[in-house]
Design a protein around this ligand. Structure first.
Ligand SMILES: Nc1ncnc2c1ncn2[C@@H]1O[C@H](COP(=O)(O)OP(=O)(O)OP(=O)(O)O)[C@@H](O)[C@H]1O
Length: 308
């Protein structure tokens, strides 16, 4: 469906993309996972023709994007990170506005907007102004706007940023339904849980490069580590964990009251860890040994946390 070869892009001295190649099959949900500034938005802006690469090649169904720009654009839908809706218009008016831009008219526009409002579960609110919508509802209309012209491939740029967990689940349901209908999607996120839950295949991107790619099981198999020890403390400061951090150099992630140790030898590391916590007088609230997550794989590959 989509093949991109050796894409590079610089903004003055910032090397935003460095020789990125990827291929997405028809019907696939491909996740681009990476921290802020990794190059996700630049990648999808280039793949969707919003931005020209400095070098590289993009093919849709075997044909060059730029040699078939008009045809290719009809195949592409983009859900931008920023909400692209008029606050003072209703949801229906917004969708009609976007539909007109795509050249959809009359009865077709009417039925398409109604169908998408229904699909997004927002028919009963269609005549309310966008400014009365919650963040999650705006996101759903933003997704609907990208689907009006029946694209074959849709790019979604961090569609769950800044919304509550319930709205996030509704958006996941929408994406899973679109996936089951066979839509090809590229989904960017810096939340590893989303990539794990939704995506068929994941490309891990950092500093403008894809540093690992594959299905979740493949990524896990290729990693040297295989387990995570997750410890939640009742109350802990980063400095309380400095001895533990020094001992397990480079294997530890710390977020607020939680610490995650990535290891290939949980049997040996677990007793040492518990002993060190006892010595430091730390109160454990919860302890789990789990199989590897994407976050630990990212730590192993880059030496840093996805959330930095
Ligand atoms: N128009 C621009 N001008 C200058 N620098 C830019 C521009 N767009 C992106 N960059 C830089 O390119 C790099 C990649 O940015 P990009 O927005 O693609 O990352 P991202 O992974 O999407 O991050 P985020 O999750 O924060 O959106 C960053 O260093 C960013 O500052």
């Amino acid at each position: 469906m989509l093949v991109a070869k050796n894409l590079s892009k610089s903004f003055k001295e910032v090397n935003a993309l460095n020789n990125i190649s990827l291929a997405v099959q028809e019907g696939e949900l491909y996740g681009l996972l990476g921290p802020n500034g990794a190059g996700k938005t630049t990648t999808i802006s280039i793949l969707s023709s919003l931005l020209k690469p400095d070098s590289g090649e993009i093919l849709y169904q075997g044909k060059s994007l730029y040699q078939n720009l008009t045809e290719s654009k009809k195949m592409i839908g983009v859900v931008p990170q920023e909400i692209a809706l008029y606050e003072d218009l209703t949801a229906l008016e917004n969708l009609k506005f976007w539909g007109t831009l795509y050249g959809i008219k009359g009865k077709e526009l009417q039925s398409k907007t109604e169908e998408l409002l229904d699909f997004m579960g927002l028919s009963d609110r269609k005549n309310h102004k966008i400014k009365t919508y919650s963040g999650g509802m705006k996101r759903r209309i933003n997704i609907a706007a990208a689907l009006l012209h029946d694209p074959k491939i849709v790019f979604m740029d961090e569609p769950t940023v800044g919304i509550d967990p319930q709205s996030r689940n509704l958006i996941f349901e929408v994406i899973q339904e679109l996936h089951s209908r066979g839509l090809t999607m590229i989904y960017t996120t810096h939340y590893m849980e989303e990539a794990e839950r939704l995506c068929d295949r994941i490309g891990i991107i950092d500093e403008g490069k894809i540093i690992a790619e594959g299905r979740l099981e493949e990524l896990k198999k290729s990693s040297k580590i295989n387990e995570e020890i997750r410890v939640r403390f009742t109350n802990v400061q980063k400095t309380d964990l400095s001895n533990i951090n020094n001992h397990f150099n480079g294997q530890l992630l710390i977020h607020e009251n939680q610490m995650v140790l990535s290891t290939s030898q949980a049997n040996t590391d677990l007793p040492i860890l518990i002993q060190m916590c006892t010595n430091a007088n730390l109160h454990l609230e919860n302890l789990q040994v789990k199989s590897l997550s994407l976050e630990s794989i990212f730590l192993e590959l880059t030496g840093k946390s996805l959330r930095d």
